[in-house]
Design a binder for this molecule. Structure first.
Ligand SMILES: C[S@@+](CC[C@H](N)C(=O)[O-])C[C@H]1O[C@@H](n2cnc3c(N)ncnc32)[C@H](O)[C@@H]1O
Length: 216
């Protein structure tokens, strides 16, 4: 099964431990700490839309893309309920472009890190750069290969994996500890809590890049 089919299937079966139902705190901290509000923002792999909706509520003009029509329909319903406008589109970001390119800010939580092949990660980074204005910003949240994992969790990437893919197109502003926020089910496989909640450790990457001028 391809990565694409796996994601589509996981939304069909409800196996979506990343779907916390709230906006991501790394995103909120980054947006609040930088003067970027008000621009066009793209969320790649937006899932059921909580982060896109938060961005729209905070002054961005938002496009969200995903592979799963099930996820996108949930996102559209949530946006209607929240009374905000987001443009949610079925787009495979490895294969296609979005015609309204030239975003000021691109966000992905757990999309870039899901590609096992180095070529795919670089293609993704290149496509992100192609969709950004010069000096536009990309925040990506990714699992960290250094995490001593005892249970399930997001894909793990080394800093080298990330830098190799992004370096041709971006200057990295910061590589810090983040939290992808993967929910680990309880012993009866229901409910569950964030895998890092117990000791309040942030074990993932929060990686913030600015597009090189004249790249992509
Ligand atoms: C770990 S989930 C995170 C979803 C969402 N960002 C969130 O925070 O809840 C990764 C998402 O990326 C989407 N995705 C994976 N590959 C993609 C691709 N090539 N193009 C667009 N979306 C993709 C998946 O369908 C999935 O919704």
């Amino acid at each position: 099964m391809t990565t694409k089919d796996r994601f589509i299937n996981r939304y069909k079966t409800g196996d979506t431990p990343w779907d916390t139902g709230k906006p991501d705190f790394n995103l909120i901290e980054t947006v609040n700490g930088h003067p970027i509000s008000g621009c066009r923002a793209l969320e790649v792999g937006c899932g059921t839309g909580d982060n896109s909706i938060w961005l729209a509520q905070n002054g961005f003009h938002v496009t969200g893309t995903d592979l799963s029509e099930i996820a996108l329909n949930k996102a559209r319903k949530k946006a209607t309920e929240a009374n905000v406008t987001c443009d949610f589109r079925l787009v495979d970001f490895l294969q296609s472009s979005i015609e309204t390119a030239h975003f000021g800010f691109i966000f992905d939580r757990g999309c870039f890190h899901s590609f096992n092949a180095e070529d795919d990660r670089e293609r993704f980074a290149n496509n992100v750069a192609n969709h950004l204005k010069d000096a536009g910003l990309w925040l990506t949240l990714a699992g960290n290969a250094d995490e001593d994992r005892k249970g399930p969790g997001p894909p793990q990437r080394s800093a080298r994996d990330i830098v190799l893919a992004v370096e041709p197109y971006f200057v990295s502003r910061s590589l810090g500890n983040g939290d992808v926020g993967f929910i680990v089910p309880g012993p009866d496989m229901t409910g569950g809590e964030n895998r890092n909640q117990e000791n309040n450790e942030f074990v993932d990457w929060s990686f913030y890049h600015a597009k090189w001028l004249n790249s992509g």
